[in-house]
Design a protein around this ligand. Structure first.
Ligand code: HEM
Length: 508
């Protein structure tokens, strides 16, 4: 009798142990998405190559539109189809509304105190409200339109003076977006455009800082994925981030001191976006205090977000148009008909220019500047497409791949603006096969400014000039290779030649 009690107790214990093993076994419990087998320690990082959006596009053909990879020791989900993007960025948006804490956010964005890298929470919600209500509201954007017109005219005059000579299109576009955004954000130009001018930084230096910001914010920094190797900073990225931060911080301090010194005492009316941020920082009713560091972080996002993105989109559009002169001609015919040869295109003309609008959408489809949306992180466990996704998993959405999805786009690799004609396809995150500005809570807050700049720049450059390649170069010679980063650029900057199309007095 006594023995049988012992046997029963042991059997019970064994059952409990087995049951708990069974219940806690990750394999049994979790149905994880498929993906390539990871290497020890490095995981799948070696599969990413120099253009991860392309490598992941190829991998998705094998493993499906939801894949689980390992970047070092961390689980990273890759969503590569419109349906998957909708699952994460709409159906489960609240769970995926935060960003992971990577070195770039710590060292280049005031310890996550900006908009791009901020955790989802009260600070981010408040910053987004300030951006949308106070900075990007249509009235404020209209009030800055004169800056965009002046700077666009400066660009056109510079190109006019260089007619018939080869010019590097990229340099002109970035100079134009940088000058107009910096005037909108900071009012005064805190950089010098010519060597003789005295200023805080030169144009080249500021551009270089912004280029580095984009590069360092998009790199795969080993320490982020294999944390116990972080202290070695094997690629030297963290060192570069810290140096960049020091340079930006000096610049921001100068700008803020100058703004504070130039403010009138009473009835102060903000002249630029920095003034708006400073005014907000003084608001005693703010839910979360806006520290000086956070003002600098938010100001840095405005400068970076507004400069590179629009210039790169216009640059890609020209690459495509120079490859297909017939499309360029059709666009110019639309401009001749609607605008005629006695004036420049205004921002509000865009409703009358559906073909130009289609060219922009087609450019954003094939060349979304953010080929992979900035990473998000699961705030809790969730189930997507029948899979179990544990809290803490990182998500990247491959917008480059989504724009080439053959179930949604016919002849997806070809540049055909006509596909948008007569269709009301939105680019602001409601149509999940076209996500150049992202979607859901973290979608781009600067969309309305970005799209105004792209529309007016592209339309005016096509209206004002005939474009051709330098002698000896044919459309097939244009390289469409890319350099990957938080924004993805053409690898080879293109030389182009222009001739004016309108009466001379319009360029002066
Ligand atoms: C062609 C123009 C632009 C494009 C294509 C673009 C694209 C994007 C994309 C894809 C995202 C990530 C969205 C996501 O994670 O779902 C983003 C976020 C962001 N963009 Fe833009 N953007 C543009 C213009 C601008 C402008 C003009 C500004 C500001 C002046 C700006 C500021 C930001 C900021 C601060 C974020 C981070 C939002 C967050 O994480 O909460 N962008 N943008």
């Amino acid at each position: 009798m006594e023995n049988s009690w012992v046997v029963l107790a042991l059997a019970g214990l064994l059952t409990l142990v087995l049951l708990s093993k069974f219940l806690h076994s990750p394999r049994r419990k979790q149905n994880l998405p498929p993906g390539p087998k990871p290497w020890p320690i490095a995981g799948n990082i070696h599969l990413l190559g120099s253009t991860p959006h392309r490598s992941l596009h190829e991998l998705a053909k094998r493993y499906g539109d939801l894949m689980l990879l390992k970047f070092g020791l961390r689980n990273v989900l890759i969503a590569s189809s419109p349906d998957m993007a909708r699952e994460f960025l709409k159906t489960n948006d609240a769970i995926w509304a935060s960003r992971p804490e990577l070195a770039a956010g710590k060292y280049t964005a005031y310890n996550y105190c900006d908009m791009t890298w901020a955790r989802y929470g009260p600070f981010w919600r408040q910053a987004r409200r300030i951006y949308l209500n106070e900075i990007f509201n249509p009235k404020r954007l209209d009030s800055f339109e004169y800056i965009r017109i002046e700077e666009r005219h400066n660009l056109i005059s510079r190109l006019f003076a260089l007619s018939g000579k080869p010019i590097l299109l990229r340099d002109h576009l970035t100079r134009y977006t940088l000058t107009s955004i910096s005037r909108t954000v900071l009012s005064g130009k805190y950089f010098s455009e010519s060597p003789g001018q005295r200023s805080m930084v030169t144009l080249e230096k500021l551009q270089d800082m912004l280029d580095k910001w984009f590069l360092l914010n998009g790199v795969i920094n080993i320490g982020d994925w294999i944390p116990w190797l972080a202290f070695l900073d094997l690629q030297g990225y963290v060192k570069q981030m810290k140096e960049l931060h020091r340079n930006f911080d000096k610049f921001h301090n100068f700008v803020l001191d100058d703004h504070k010194a130039n403010r009138g005492e009473k009835n102060f009316v903000p002249r630029d976006m920095v003034d708006v941020l400073l005014q907000q920082a003084e608001d005693p009713n703010l839910e979360v205090k806006l520290t000086t560091d956070c003002v600098k972080g938010l100001m840095q996002d405005l400068l970076a977000g507004g400069t590179d993105t629009s210039a790169t989109t216009v640059e890609w559009a020209f690459y495509e148009l120079l490859r297909q002169p017939k499309i360029m001609k059709k666009a110019q015919q639309e401009l001749d008909l609607v605008i005629s040869h006695d004036r420049w295109v205004q921002e509000n003309d865009y409703t009358q220019l559906p073909y130009i609008e289609s060219i922009i959408k087609e450019t954003l489809r094939l060349h979304p500047v953010s080929t992979m949306l900035p990473p998000r992180i699961a705030l809790e466990d969730c189930h997507v497409a029948g899979y179990d996704i544990p809290k803490g998993t990182i998500l990247m959405v491959n917008t480059w791949s989504i724009g080439r999805n053959s179930q949604h786009w016919e002849s997806p690799e070809q540049f055909i603006p006509e596909r948008f004609e007569g269709k009301n396809i939105d680019v602001t995150g409601h149509h999940f096969a076209l996500l150049p500005f992202g979607a859901g809570r973290r979608k781009c807050p600067g969309y309305s400014l970005g799209i105004r700049i792209i529309r007016a720049t592209l339309a005016n450059l096509l209206h004002g000039f005939s474009w051709r390649l330098p002698d000896g170069m044919s459309p097939e010679d244009i390289s469409m290779e890319e350099i990957y980063g938080l924004t993805t650029h053409p690898k080879v900057a293109l030389d182009v030649m222009t001739e004016p199309r309108l009466p001379n007095h319009l360029y002066k």
